[in-house]
Design a protein around this ligand. Structure first.
Ligand code: UGA
Length: 443
């Protein structure tokens, strides 16, 4: 089939490459000429394991192409995925829909004949209905544009795998039954190879599809903040939250995944999505239903401050004048994304309190520098740790998890390590003469 993907950021670029991998002819469209040129040259503008290979393989096979021209998209295909960003508004907790709206405004008037637009971006409930209304005004006489919403559940670091082997495909469609069946048939055909493996295909209305996505992220965020709240108790009474998580996680109803206590969640999705969900709930008059998410957010933010306090305690009460090495800047390993990164937040707070902070991340130095130019960045973990009074592990990259104390023992000024992700072997560090501290209680 022929498809376009409007918006070639993280979601769109991955989706375009993966749809081509399924054998479709795909045109990726983005307003950013630089991004388009890089993708067309086989260069992924962000770090995502495995995506470069899929991109280049499909460019070489002639199944994938990128453009800045919406007119090209309008004539290339009759099915268009919408994968533009929906960031948090600059003021307040609401979601900024400018990119979604301008993509629709740019594309819809150019479409002739019957077209299907499938939204993939994470949007507040009610967005698809509002966009359908917007499109009805923009559609050329005699043409028809059907809108469906199929949220994306991919994780950074596993984007290709999650797109090609999803847990489920959700498709929300509008009120017109006939058009709805046609949209579902087209979508099922696009994902045929995936659906044949038994992946559930859930057909529903627009509002449910939109809510599925934000509810899933709200649940994940709640699970993380739940274990982090328990970890606050563990810290006070001297219990071990990791063993506790293992023990409750054996209960199949609870499950062990997403119960890793530590610095909490960050990134471009979970924090923004719970806030956007709360804001939308208020707008529809059901704000009370999601008031608990405020607490989820507050617990999450408290972990960052708790970490700074723990570092201060580890260096004798005050970080003023201390050299602190922060290992990790990305919001999680296998990513160069530093949006709302707990690691960089901690690094920033330490710097504000007068510490001399040196940050190292295997992949996120460039993105960090752009967002936080005031911090100092090292070229390696060892370099960051030179003359350090404390070493802080803030992102659980494998290279930090497997790093032995011997690598750093001769480099630091004081053998003090603070594990913000509860990912290190405490025994190994202690036996090498290090003072070992972990957020979330004894290890
Ligand atoms: C998240 C969801 O997991 C995806 O399903 C969703 O599609 C995506 O948001 C999105 O909305 O686009 P992602 O932001 O890539 O994916 O990252 P996660 O793997 O969910 O991790 C989020 C944060 O939670 C990270 O900062 C991670 O360190 C933290 N986390 C995760 C914990 O603190 N503890 C855990 O046990 C798990």
């Amino acid at each position: 089939m022929k498809l376009t993907v409007i918006g070639c950021g993280y979601l769109g670029a991955t989706h375009a490459a993966c749809m081509a991998e399924l054998g479709h002819e795909v045109l990726g469209v983005d307003v950013d000429a630089d991004k388009v040129a890089r993708l067309q040259a086989g260069d992924v503008p962000f770090f995502e394991p495995g995506l470069g290979d899929v991109l280049r393989r499909n460019l070489d096979a002639g199944r994938l192409r990128f453009t800045t021209d919406h007119r090209d998209a309008a004539t290339f295909a009759s099915v268009h995925f919408l994968g533009v960003g929906t960031p948090q508004q600059r003021r307040g907790y609401g979601v900024d829909l400018t990119h979604v709206e301008s993509a629709v405004d740019a594309l819809a008037p150019l479409l002739r004949g019957d077209h299907l637009i499938i939204g993939k971006s994470t949007v507040p409930v009610g967005t698809a209905a509002a966009l359908a209304q917007r499109m009805s005004v923009l559609t050329a006489p005699g043409s028809r544009i059907e809108l469906a919403w199929s949220p994306e559940f991919l994780r950074e670091g596993f984007a290709v795998e999650d797109t090609l082997e999803p847990d489920r495909i959700v498709l929300g469609t509008g009120p017109d039954d006939h058009a709805t069946d046609a949209a579902a048939q087209v979508t099922a055909e696009i994902y045929r190879e995936i659906l044949e493996t038994g992946v559930p295909f859930i057909r529903t209305d627009w509002a449910t599809a939109e809510l599925v996505k934000v509810s899933a992220n709200a649940f994940l965020a709640t699970k993380i903040s739940f274990i982090n709240a328990i970890s606050e108790i563990c810290e006070v009474v001297g219990a071990d939250v990791s063993t506790l998580a293992d023990a409750i996680g054996y209960d199949g109803r609870i499950g062990r995944r997403f119960l890793n206590a530590g610095l909490g969640f960050g990134g471009g999705c979970l924090p923004k999505d719970i806030r956007g969900f709360m804001a939308r709930a208020e707008e529809v008059g059901a704000g009370e239903a999601l008031r608990f998410l405020r607490e989820v957010d507050a617990i999450n933010n408290r972990r960052r401050t708790a970490m700074v306090e723990l570092v201060a305690e580890a260096v004798g009460g005050d970080v003023l004048g201390a050299n602190v090495a922060v290992l990790g800047a990305a919001f999680k390993p296998e990513s160069d994304d530093v949006r709302d990164s707990p690691a960089l937040n901690v690094a920033g707070q330490l710097a504000l309190r007068g510490a001399s902070v040196s940050v190292f991340d295997p992949k996120a130095t460039a993105t960090s520098r752009r967002m936080y130019p005031m911090l100092t960045y090292a070229g390696s973990a060892v370099e960051a740790c030179e003359e350090a009074d404390a070493v802080v592990v803030a992102t659980e990259w494998a290279e930090f998890v497997h790093m032995g104390p011997e690598e750093l023992s001769g480099v630091v000024r004081s053998r003090v390590i603070v594990d913000g992700r509860r990912c290190l072997d405490a025994g190994a560090w202690r036996s090498a003469g290090w003072r070992f501290h972990a957020i979330g209680g004894p290890m």
